[in-house]
Ligand binder design. Structure first.
Ligand SMILES: Nc1nc2c(ncn2[C@@H]2O[C@H](COP(=O)(O)OP(=O)(O)OP(=O)(O)O)[C@@H](O)[C@H]2O)c(=O)[nH]1
Ligand SMILES: [Mg+2]
Length: 357
């Protein structure tokens, strides 16, 4: 089975340690007090933490650099500098942290809450109070803080599709995927353009993303091996929702309801579970629907059957945003926590350096 990997490179740097302080006690009537320079604080760490609330590495693509704050410098009167706060970067459960050069895995964040310290903050420097000895009572030096660790890392996440796009060849599946994600499957005006599945990461709103799979078109007899699509149905077997695309443009000979039923039958014959999977019908190419007769017929059928219905044009974008919102809203409460790359319990919250500590 083809594996789809979401991948980002990011730069992380722990905070530098604060400087140690050079200072001497000043007391009334004591001309030369002993050294009382405090230590610098430790720089903040950068941590990764696995959460089931995120499903892709998309957000990290927009924020590739993380620097934790430095520790404060030490002060007189033996005052220790404050430690820099640590930054926790939330990543989806299933994220593997790798060395970008060798590809060696450094951490596998395969369970909720699992944490990996990616870059340690530098230790604070010691103040001069540490350096007084019997023979050297007035050390006029202190340690500088250590630099925080800095490095590039590669994060990888095996993607499993949340949403499967199914339909006859030429229904517009690849066109829709390329409209809503960065995936660039081949698109052409003939059946069986798509030969292998494509996955795209879809951002449906500010805070949420999901993965959609475009598989080759299905035809009658697909369950028995006709066409190409059957080989790839396993890619949609584990999705939570199917979007069933039906071309309603003018000049398509078949009745859209019959087309819809044909594919539904093939899905069920291939795997009864697939036939019973939640689905939404998406009438496509409404920019070319003519008098809209085909769309209306399909909409009426879906209403009778209680199947959610959408109408879109992937070319003009009409209806696409509404569709994505509906899908995202549907996914949120249906999310089942799972081990590994699939995952989820609630709406994704934004990522990008949650401060803790
Ligand atoms: N007018 C119009 N044409 C569209 C729209 N969406 C797709 N098409 C056209 O329909 C044809 C088929 O589109 P694809 O996205 O390749 O269809 P597919 O379902 O991926 O087809 P297969 O990969 O063969 O299963 C192409 O010529 C597209 O340009 C649309 O919204 N409006
Ligand atoms: Mg295609």
């Amino acid at each position: 089975m083809t594996t789809f990997i979401d991948e980002v490179r990011i730069f992380v740097k722990g905070g530098d340690g604060g400087r140690g302080c050079v200072s001497f006690r000043r007391e009334k009537y004591v001309p030369r007090g002993g050294p009382d320079g405090g230590d610098g604080g430790k720089g903040g760490d950068i941590l990764f933490q696995a959460t089931s609330q995120l499903h892709t590495l998309l957000d990290l693509r927009y924020h590739q650099e993380y620097r934790a704050p430095r520790g404060s410098h030490g002060k007189g009167k033996n005052q220790h500098g404050r430690d820099g706060i640590s930054i926790t970067i939330r990543v989806p459960v299933g994220t593997v942290v790798k060395d970008p050069e060798s590809g060696a895995p450094l951490a596998d964040l395969d369970a909720e809450g699992k944490t990996y310290p990616a870059a340690h903050g530098g230790r604070g420097g010691k103040g001069n109070a540490h350096f007084a000895t019997a023979t050297h009572r007035t050390p006029r030096f202190a340690q500088p803080g250590e630099s925080g660790e800095e490095l590039w890392l590669r994060l990888e996440l095996k993607l499993l599709a949340d949403v499967g796009l199914v339909g006859l060849p030429n229904a517009g599946k690849s066109t829709l995927l390329s409209r809503i994600s960065a995936a660039r499957p081949k698109i052409a005006d003939y059946p069986f353009t798509t030969l292998t599945p494509h996955l795209g990461v879809v951002r449906a709103g500010e805070e949420r993303s999901f993965v959609a799979a475009d598989i080759p078109g299905l035809i009658e007899g697909a369950h028995a091996g006709a066409g190409l699509g059957h080989q790839f149905l396993r890619h949609v077997e584990r999705t939570q929702l199917l979007l069933h695309l039906v071309d309603v443009s003018e000049g398509t000979a078949e009745n859209p309801v019959i087309q819809f039923q044909l594919i539904t039958r093939e899905l069920a014959l291939h795997n009864p579970e697939l036939g019973a999977k939640p689905q939404r019908v998406v009438a496509t190419k409404i920019d070319a629907e003519g008098d809209g007769r085909r769309r209306k017929a399909l909409a009426a059928y879906c209403r009778r059957k209680g199947i959610p219905f959408h109408a879109i044009s992937a070319v003009t974008g009409k209806g696409v945003r509404t569709l994505l919102r509906a899908v995202a809203a549907w996914l949120a409460p249906h999310e089942v926590p799972q081990r590994g790359a699939s995952r989820r319990t609630g709406p994704a919250s934004s990522q990008g350096g949650t401060l803790d500590g």
